[in-house]
Ligand binder design. Structure first.
Ligand SMILES: [Zn+2]
Length: 58
């Protein structure tokens, strides 16, 4: 299960170990091992994140 997090937040998490907040509100530290960017793996994207992302104004 992956959460959708902004790329800059993922970078900060991977590089600095800073916690990031996913669209669904879950706070976690992204890692290069997964749980970060989900743009290429939408099939395993957290459903709340998916619905929030889909509802964002373009
Ligand atoms: Zn999520």
């Amino acid at each position: 299960m992956n959460h959708w997090v902004h790329k800059s937040a993922i970078l900060a998490g991977v590089v600095n170990g800073e916690p990031a907040r996913a669209l669904c509100g879950v706070i976690f530290v992204p890692s290069s091992q997964g749980g970060g960017s989900t743009e290429d793996t939408t099939a395993s994207l957290c459903l709340p994140c998916q619905s929030v992302y889909a509802g964002l104004p373009s």
